[in-house]
Design a protein. Structure first.
Length: 218
């Protein structure tokens, strides 16, 4: 019989630097500008990070599909679904959360350029980028500090060969990230940040996307 579910295996590999993605994900909690606040207080105590819903939605749906969230909260599922060209249905009873979700969704724009992740062939052939290429291109400089998570849980120094140094221990962004988390593995692209402007942290995964878009891979 025909399967009744969607699982985009190749797409998940492309999102994980060409490697099979683990079933346990380590992602930063929702913080910074993404966290919805009202009068300085969190609108929702357990607002989920958009990076989590991106993985869920991209792995289990395609453009035009309908995504259902029966506990909609402040609309993270709907915002990510809209950005990636999905339709969505949200169910929520708290009026405060509903107002926050409506405002958030009004401000969320669909981003067609993200559609490359919705083609299995395109994701299978998505150029692999190593951190050392960003260093060689000058997007991250040798000697520059990078930070683990928005709370700067750890600070490492970038080396000329694309490795990083954390208190005298050298390795890849992945191995050093795993050391920080005290876990067997870590996708460093998800956690390490650079400070592009005072107080403004940007994920190195964003830099990787810019590198791909620059056409430097030919």
């Amino acid at each position: 019989s025909q399967k009744r579910y969607t699982f985009n295996y190749q797409r998940m590999k492309a999102m994980n630097d060409g490697k099979q993605m683990r079933s346990d994900w380590w992602l930063p909690i929702c913080q910074g500008p993404e966290r919805l606040r009202e009068n300085g207080e969190k609108v929702h105590p357990t607002q989920k990070p958009e990076s989590l819903l991106e993985r869920v939605i991209l792995s289990s749906s395609n453009v035009g599909d309908v995504v259902l969230d029966p506990f909609f909260g402040t609309g993270t599922t709907g915002a990510v679904a809209k950005r990636y060209g999905r339709r969505w249905i949200g169910i929520e009873q708290d009026e405060g959360y509903i107002r926050a979700a409506e405002e958030r969704l009004r401000e969320t724009k669909a981003e067609p350029k993200l559609g490359a992740l919705d083609s299995v062939e395109e994701t299978r052939n998505l150029p692999r980028v190593q951190f050392k290429l960003l260093v060689a291109a000058g997007m991250v400089a040798p000697g520059q500090q990078i930070y683990f998570g928005l709370k700067r849980r750890a600070v490492a120094t970038v080396l000329e060969d694309g490795q990083i140094d954390l208190q005298g221990v050298q390795g890849s962004i992945h191995s050093i990230g795993a050391r920080v988390m005290d876990q067997p593995a870590c996708n460093g692209w998800d956690h390490w940040m650079v400070e592009e402007a005072p107080g403004k942290l940007t994920s190195i995964d964003v830099l990787r996307a810019r590198y791909r878009e620059s056409g430097r891979l030919g």
